[in-house]
Design a protein. Structure first.
Length: 134
């Protein structure tokens, strides 16, 4: 009975299926597989591709909302401490390196999200065409 509102919402969106985006136990979004003209349930491969895309999008979201802001704040704090003479300049260099690594990881996460999207598109393109009504 509790799933009925979710099913109705997905049907209103024209969704064939969806994969949740979570933060811990909290639902923060979903990757939705559009129905288009299909009436069949998603294939196993399509479900796997939607879930892979959801994982990639979640990783990218974490990079954008947590990792990069934390690395940026750490660099700013380290630079302020270095300006006041509280830490050596090599700590600033280390913080800069950590920010660069975080930015590189974010680009990798973006690449993986696009790859997952392309894999999903490919799986959908290879799906059998919808059956016509008799």
């Amino acid at each position: 009975a509790e799933l009925r509102p979710l099913v109705d919402a997905l049907d209103a969106l024209g969704a064939l299926g969806a994969a949740p985006l979570r933060e811990g136990d909290e639902l923060v979004g979903a990757v939705i597989l559009p129905r288009g003209s299909r009436r069949e349930v998603p294939t196993y491969e399509e479900q796997l591709r939607v879930e892979a895309l959801a994982r990639a999008v979640e990783e990218l979201r974490v990079m954008d909302e947590r990792v990069l802001p934390a690395a940026t704040r750490a660099l700013a704090l380290t630079e302020a401490l270095a300006d006041s003479g509280a830490v050596e300049f090599f700590r600033v260099l280390t913080a800069r390196q950590e920010l660069a690594v975080a930015q590189s990881r974010r680009l990798e996460a973006l690449r993986e999200a696009w790859r997952a999207r392309l894999d999903l598109d490919r799986a959908l393109a290879l799906a059998p065409p919808p059956r016509s009504a008799p």
